[in-house]
Design a protein around this ligand. Structure first.
Ligand SMILES: [Zn+2]
Length: 216
């Protein structure tokens, strides 16, 4: 079972995820207790990654808060390299605002209000020409969202939020400096997610790990 489905087991808030879960747990050898134990172990070892996933898929506010703090900590280690010294007196606040925006983008799912692509969030569309030509339904990845199911975001609103705190960030400066910083923070979120995912898979793959009492 993918970690993103597993973590909704104790806290099934999202109907969409519950549906995925039902599909994905079919052949799993893990009991609910196994899953919760593995989640606890993953949490202890890779807190940032697991909190990010909880924030994204269960919209858990506490997890979101922890994830934001971890992201800000990481941002503080990178800010010199990407931005240098931030002019004005609100540098720390600017970093936190930027991290908040990164987290918002990272946490977007097809059920986030306004986030759904025109393909309906599935990331797939019917290729009408090919369908007519071949006489059967041809489904292709959506060109607008490249299969993510999410409406592409622009960074204009992030630029404006930073501009309110750091004077004189022109559009050129935004794209040359801040946008790269934003992207590196977003990439960090995905890398933490991947680390937590592989740790969870490693734990649950250990034959000594799971109980054999009840199959899920
Ligand atoms: Zn789409």
């Amino acid at each position: 079972m993918r970690l993103k489905f597993a973590l909704t087991i104790g806290d099934p808030k999202s109907a969409q995820i519950v549906a995925y879960q039902a599909r994905s747990t079919g052949s799993s050898h893990l009991t609910k207790t196994d899953v919760l134990t593995a989640l606890g172990m993953t949490q202890a070892r890779h807190r940032a990654g697991l909190c990010l996933l909880y924030a994204k898929y269960t919209k858990d506010a506490d997890a979101g808060f922890t994830a934001l703090n971890e992201l800000v900590k990481y941002a503080n280690t990178q800010v010199r390299k990407y931005v240098g010294k931030i002019p004005g007196r609100k540098g720390a606040m600017a970093i936190r605002v930027l991290a908040t925006k990164v987290l918002e983008e990272y946490c977007r799912t097809a059920d986030t209000p306004g986030a759904k692509c025109r393909c309906g969030g599935s990331g797939e569309v019917c290729d009408r020409k090919a369908t007519d030509r071949e006489g059967r339904l041809i489904i292709v990845p959506c060109k607008k969202c490249h299969g993510s199911g999410l409406r592409p975001l622009t960074q204009t609103h992030v630029h404006h939020a930073i501009l309110a705190l750091v004077p004189g960030v022109s559009r050129a400066t935004w794209y040359r400096v801040w946008s790269r910083f934003y992207e590196i923070l977003l990439a960090w979120c995905y890398s933490q997610e991947a680390i937590a995912e592989s740790e969870y898979q490693r734990i649950t793959a250990m034959s000594s790990f799971y109980t054999e009492s009840v199959a899920m």
